[in-house]
Design a protein around this ligand. Sequence first.
Ligand code: KIV
Ligand code: ZN
Length: 545
Amino acid sequence: MNPQHKYLPFPRIDLPHRTWPNKSITHAPLWCSVDLRDGNQALAVPMTVEQKLKMFDILVACGFKEIEVGFPAASPTEFAFVRKLIEEGRIPEDVTIQVLVQAREELIKTTIASLVGAKNVIMHLYNSTSPAQRRIVFGLEKQDIIAMAVRGTKWVKESVAALQGANVTFQYSPESFSATEVEFALEVCEAVMDVWQPTPEHRMILNLPCTVEVAMPNVYADQIEWFATHMTRRDSAIISVHTHNDRGTGVAATELALLAGADRAEGTLFGNGERTGNLDIVIVALNMYTQGIDPGLEFSNLDAIRDVYEECTGMTVPPRQPYSGELVFTAFSGSHQDAIRKGLQNEGVVWEVPYLIIDPLDIGRTRDGLIRINGQSGKGGIAHMLEHGCGIRLPKDMAREFGAIAGPLIDRLGREATAADLKAMFFNEYVARTDPWKLGEVHFDEGGRECRFKGVVSHRYKGHEISSNGNGPIDAFVCGFNSRCETGVSILDQAEHALGSGADAKAISYVKLQFQDGAIRWGAGVDTSIPLASIRAVLSALNRK
Ligand code: KIV
Ligand code: ZN
């Protein structure tokens, strides 16, 4: 279907000398969490008072100094929650609670009643201003909308006198600002300022919401810069942005709006909110962090915050959600795994691990799950998981050999391979090989520089007694083996390390064997004794020919 008759493009903002494209974000804005209001309004089952308390505490722990705690006139639960916060002294001295209210006198009165006893308060008044809302929803003209905002502001101004001793800040939102003509949005806000009379010492907040994303984020940035540069009394207002995510660009819209002059950003943890959600504040804050800017919010244990959020809201964080999703630090593909592994091995002061914009440790994630294995994974990832999941540290060359063997087996699994799967594949291929060569009774005598080997190896059912000397156990065994069994093998490489720890610890040995015909095989052996593990590794390589 051709959309051109059904949908109209959003008009451009006339701002030829826009400055925001040349700017950078250099410091954190004022943050305001709207989890308990906008986020809560979007839930099929809104949070109970207990759940809201739990969320409030986690928001405080994250470092939010401004928290919109609800819409007290909207329901008894909302009202009760605000009362509980105040009466039980649960609001830290440096935290300001914000409450939302429409421009209706009785609602404003109820809202003020909910706030009695609070120390720091933001009274947030809103009414919708866009042409579609004016025409379709309210059937009102522009002047009626201005009158509504002005009336509401007067009611708030009169009634806040009841909040004696409280620091009250006034916030006004021309709701649906993103879809409103900038000139009209400014006209409404100027009228509101005329009533409230903010000063540079007592600024009011003008919150310019991207209630619905109707255009690209650069258009929102233009709207913000246009507004901030055309308004009178700029020094008496805090310009706040509040973005939703209808086009999937809530984060971009906020970031560009900060370039365009916004001082403050509202949003929620993990982006919960109406429809496609509010701005995910975690993302914008951590985006700043990864540019070396302190966001002033604390997400060093993001999983714990996510757990509380999921418990209280009943929502789940998608696995690909930036920073907080389950899979965002996981690489399945071979080339990515290889680059991450090398990046971590060469870690310096400055973070530059390919494919990872943040050190998972900085947000309380481990590095364990960075590499996970499926049919698309490569030798590097397989070796990484064997090492980190099972303590098996393959020599580089052997990792290449095993990767080629394990790849098709993993592909055949048709699912993600666990560390236990890889260990089983490795043991089947190397350690558990006892045919045709098998080790019988053995004895080593290590004195001085010489090592003496005495023992029996059998080929199928035929035993061979070996008695030989060498400059170490493997050398002694291979010398004797070659002369007794006429194999002509030689050791090209060898390594070993402990497997496990404590009383159950064993040794694992890796041996690279060259045969008389030039063929090369790796072998691996496990035993409580290191020399025996090495002999078993030799037999493993022999058995793999
Ligand atoms: O999205 C919005 O416009 C709002 C306002 C009430 C600020 O949530
Ligand atoms: Zn909103």
